[in-house]
Design a protein around this ligand. Structure first.
Ligand SMILES: [Cu+2]
Length: 563
């Protein structure tokens, strides 16, 4: 049986919290819209939580969307089309990505939802990018507002990176041209406009960017895209009574926008029909702020084969895998003897997510439970099937470290003891002014406020934080001084985690990465070599990838120059 949205396995405390919220929501259901119900239920939770001790402040800040529903798994998992581009007149492989508004069916029984997408109503094609071949990507902006497209994880120069400086005006086309030279990996692309990345991704703009160098074929991995090699883009969304997207309905959603509908490749509760054999899932946490502790029903073991930016040296057997926003992982699932069976990909969030923050309101009812994301129905085997290799890749050692840099992350709740009320007033003012020019009149939420900082500085596009040298190798130490977990992403490079709090990272984090989760109080050391130039006009970014944090200050800029 599919797992219920509320797990009987979840701890009794989670269950009590949930029941309290449900009771509050039910009381209010007849008189209020869901936003109010959620808010009031959150207040009830805050007031009833002895450990919280925040009184009125706690109730004011409650942000928990809790109206639950348990859709049954039905309808096929949509597979984003694989797009290898076309030969242009000059012989260069060319990809055309037109951004436009559309309407997407997010779940059976829902009205079509206004969304944005690349070459379609929602999300975008999976770009097949051959390593070592010059390519050109034309991104046309068919929206009524400017945006950018950033190649997340790709080693490209700053002026090809699609950062905040690379705004594409409405009706214009931006030409990217470069040659990718980095290991085979599941990267992705998404908008990156300053202060509006959150709503632009939330509106539907995201797609996979598959760097290919022949490794998968050499390794004998599952090879049929969409059949036994399957993208799994997980995103949460909120909908209003007309099934339109709702973005940041409460001011405290600046702490991280979360929803109560879980889409996989743009569809809620879908079904993947997979052959009895090895199944390769390319997991992308494409959510704005939610973490998923991925698991399979029955605690079935799976094998992680790749991190964000490439293959691990050898598969790692796991039963749980925590992915923060923008992190990717490729896993292999053994379906060889399961013909006729069903299993579910789920998030066992209760096991880890609530403890990531000192503030109970940073977790909602889903964070405190187990919930299913995707049903897998196993059918007859298909030949030739893939295999699980013993050895995947040989990871080169990084050159000698030439310089260390230190970063600290500060969140807005750190200063709540003083000026918190004044801060709330400013937030409410900003929320009231938010334009509603997203798809279907979706709010653009709150952006461009200095609420989160790195080294006590909020993002300022006019400020370059530092410059480094092309070809140099650096060690960046990032310390999380905030009350909640943050992430750290660096443009233009892949990095290796040298240590977490002085200890070697776990086996599943020993590959190439470009996003790292940093728990509160934790210190993470990252080593990276800068192979791509970035000028003052088009610098690289480093930032938290919880998009509401990034949009509200938690980002900086650096250049990479020739020595
Ligand atoms: Cu953050």
């Amino acid at each position: 049986m599919p797992h219920q949205r509320v797990s009987s396995q979840s701890r009794s405390t989670s269950r009590r919290l949930f029941l309290r919220e449900l009771a509050a929501a039910a009381l209010l259901a007849g008189t209020s819209n869901w936003v109010r119900a959620a808010h009031m239920a959150g207040m009830s939770m805050a007031a009833g939580s002895e450990s919280m001790g925040m009184g009125a402040m706690g109730s004011m800040l409650a942000t928990t969307p809790i109206l639950r529903h348990t859709p049954s798994f039905a309808g096929p998992l949509p597979i984003p089309p694989l797009y290898a581009g076309n030969r242009a007149a000059d012989g260069v492989r060319e990809y055309r990505l037109a951004i436009a508004a559309g309407q997407a069916q997010l779940s059976a029984g829902l009205a079509p939802t206004p969304t944005w997408g690349y070459r379609g109503a929602i999300l975008g094609p999976s770009l097949r990018i051959p390593r070592g071949e010059p390519i050109r990507i034309l991104v046309h902006n068919g929206l009524d507002q400017s945006t950018t497209t950033h190649w997340h994880g790709a080693h490209v120069p700053g002026d090809m990176d699609g950062g905040p400086q690379s705004l594409i005006a409405p009706g214009r086309t931006w030409h990217y041209h470069y040659t990718i030279d980095q290991p085979e990996a599941t990267l992705w692309y998404h908008p990156h406009p300053n202060g509006r990345t959150g709503p632009h991704v939330y509106a539907g703009l995201a797609g996979l960017y598959l760097v290919q160098d022949g490794s998968a074929e050499r390794l004998g991995l599952p090879r049929y895209y969409g059949i036994d090699d399957v993208p799994v883009i997980v995103q949460d969304r909120l909908l209003d009574a007309h099934d339109r997207l709702v973005y940041m309905p409460q001011v405290m959603d600046v702490m991280g926008m979360k929803g109560n509908r879980f889409l996989v490749n743009g569809r809620e509760s879908p079904v993947l029909e997979a052959p009895a054999g090895w199944l390769r899932l390319r997991l992308l946490n494409g959510s704005n702020a939610r973490l998923y502790n991925f698991a399979l029903s029955g605690d079935r073991t799976f094998y992680q084969i790749a991190t964000d930016a490439g293959f691990l040296e050898a598969p790692v057997a796991l039963q749980r895998l925590l992915l923060a926003p923008a992190e990717r992982a490729e896993i292999l699932v053994d379906l060889r003897h399961l013909d006729g069976k069903r299993l579910w990909l789920r998030s066992d969030s209760a096991a880890v997510v609530p403890s990531l923050s000192t503030m109970p309101m940073d977790s909602d009812a889903y964070d405190r439970s187990v919930f299913d994301l995707l049903e897998i129905r196993v059918g007859p085997a298909r030949a030739p099937g893939g295999r699980l290799p013993e050895h995947l890749a040989t990871l080169a050692n990084l050159p000698e470290i030439q310089r260390e840099r230190h970063f600290s992350l500060q969140g807005m709740m750190g200063g709540m003891g003083g000026g918190g009320m004044a801060g709330m007033a400013a937030l409410r003012k900003a929320a009231a002014k938010a334009p509603r020019n997203g798809p279907g009149g979706m709010s653009m939420g709150i952006g461009n406020l200095p609420l989160f900082t790195i080294n006590h500085l909020a993002m300022d596009m006019r400020r370059i934080d530092f410059s480094t040298t092309l070809g140099s190798t650096e060690l960046w130490e990032v310390v999380n001084r905030a009350h909640m977990a943050h992430t750290f992403h660096v443009h233009g490079v892949s990095f290796r985690i040298q240590s977490r709090d002085g200890r070697e990272p776990p086996p599943w984090e020993r590959g190439w990465k470009d996003v790292v989760l940093i728990r509160r109080g934790e210190s993470v050391r990252l080593a990276m070599t800068f192979t791509q130039p970035a000028s003052k006009a088009f610098p690289f970014m480093y930032h938290c990838h919880m998009l509401e944090h990034e949009d509200n200050g938690m980002m900086g800029q650096f250049t990479v120059v020739r020595s």
